[in-house]
Design a protein around this ligand. Structure first.
Ligand code: ADP
Ligand code: ASP
Ligand code: MG
Length: 411
């Protein structure tokens, strides 16, 4: 029997009326003969409020207890959603990640999925119920509750879609699709009909909040199409799919801005074999997220400054880890900069088009925006810029690649 996963983000379940609306969507699919799994986020800004509440108790809450707190947000939503479906005369059951045995590792607040058991899910679906699972959480091998990182309800949805062989994973949100840039920052941004997994993965990793990057990893690996669409209309949104012919004809398809970023640099590190390995082994042991690696040499190559960019939420922890390391190993010191942002351009067409980097750098130069550091991969070019220039950097880069104009392939 055909199966669909529908994920509803915080704004799409923000009040009782929206919950009823989401319930009606799921019921409609059920009535069309499909099995339906819903994944829901905490209502509105609940997760932010819970984090703020923890902050009022202590500036350094134990991560296990943070997870205990944050998981409550989604639990409210799943219960209310099940009630809404019952009220409409249909069968539904809410299940926590623990009840469906959505097993993760034990890295509290940043856990990763390890295994999902299909048994309970399949049994409930086969008995004709709509199954509602709480997003962004799991249970580790010791039975502790974990969360998968901010925005990770998308990942729960994609992982369930992969395990259950869903024909599509629908992501209902407050925009009607994936745009060439965040439409809140670039009003001229255009909605795309389709985008490849690789491009969406890079855009998500580079700050396009509309999708959680690990969701795309699952979808790509198991070839599940993702449909990002608005919870307020029936309009078609954006399909995230395997690369299709023609997608490479355009060099840059999207631009992104990551503002919740900090850079942390160890100074005066001896430039000898093995030092970078030691530094990043320590970083990994402390579960610090590394965004881009920054390295430069001086003293005729005798010393280096080695560092990385990371999420702003991890900046303090990264600082402490690096300060310990610098003291133990006799490095010069540690520099933390919280006033940075990263602007990136993404496109699989970059593989076959020249001049992308120069167009980007020229656009930033013309806008008098200074570039702190640059990183590139096959389909991405990123520049770290002063945070205050971030939105303007995104706007000028977006315009420089003509992303506000219809793509040449459009009729
Ligand atoms: P949800 O709560 O439904 O998960 P999010 O707030 O996580 O929603 O993601 C939706 C938001 O992502 C939009 O409101 C939009 O401002 C932002 N966004 C960032 N980049 C993009 C983009 N390229 N296309 C569409 N939306 C984007
Ligand atoms: N409620 C969580 C958050 O706000 C997870 C999600 O919405 O995807 O990050
Ligand atoms: Mg989200």
């Amino acid at each position: 029997m055909a199966l669909i996963v529908q994920k509803f983000g915080g704004t799409s379940v923000a009040d009782p009326e929206k919950i009823h609306r989401a319930a009606r969507r799921a019921i409609r699919e059920k009535m069309n003969g499909r099995q339906v799994v819903m994944v829901v986020s905490a209502m509105g800004k609940t997760t932010d409020k819970l984090l703020a509440l923890a902050g009022e108790i202590t500036s350094n809450p134990p991560k296990r207890e943070l997870d205990m707190l944050l998981t409550t947000g989604e639990q409210v939503s799943i219960a209310l959603m099940a009630m809404a479906i019952h009220a409409a005369g249909h069968e539904a059951i809410s299940l926590t990640a623990a009840q469906v045995a959505l097993v993760t590792d034990s890295v509290h607040t940043q856990a990763r999925n390890r295994k999902i058991s299909r048994e309970r899910l399949s049994a409930e679906l086969d008995s004709g119920r709509i199954v509602i699972v709480d997003g962004f959480q799991g249970i580790d091998a010791q039975g502790e509750l974990t969360t998968l990182g901010r925005g990770a309800s998308d990942t729960t949805a994609a992982a369930l879609a992969a395990v259950l062989g869903a024909e599509v994973c629908e992501i209902y949100t407050d925009v009607d699709g994936v745009y060439s840039a965040d439409p809140r920052v670039v009003p001229q941004a255009r909605k795309m009909d389709a985008i490849s997994y690789d491009e969406m993965l890079e855009m998500a990793a580079a700050g396009a909040k509309v999708m959680h990057s690990r969701a795309i990893e699952f979808a790509k690996k198991y070839d599940v199409p993702i449909h990002v669409r608005s919870s307020l209309t029936d309009q078609e949104g954006t399909m995230i799919i395997a690369e299709a012919p023609g997608m490479e004809s355009i060099s840059v398809r999207g631009a992104t801005l990551k503002e919740d970023l900090a850079t942390i640099v160890l100074t005066r590190v001896p430039n000898t074999p093995g030092v970078a390995a030691e530094v990043f082994a320590e970083v990994a042991r402390n579960h610090l997220l590394v965004d881009d690696i920054i390295q430069n040499f001086y003293d005729d190559g005798q010393h280096a400054n080695i560092g990385f960019s990371t999420n702003a939420t991890q900046a303090q922890e990264a600082l402490e880890v690096c300060q310990r390391m610098a003291a133990q190993r006799g490095f010069g010191g540690v520099e933390l900069d919280r006033t940075v942002a990263k602007v990136s351009v993404v496109g699989i067409g970059m593989r076959s088009h020249a001049g992308v980097a120069s167009t980007m750098f020229s656009a930033l130069a013309a806008a008098r925006i200074n570039i702190h550091s640059i990183s590139t991969s096959e389909i991405v070019i990123s520049c770290i810029v002063p945070q205050q220039d971030g939105p303007r950097a995104l706007q000028v880069v977006h315009a420089a690649f003509g992303l506000d104009k219809p793509p040449p392939t459009d009729p």
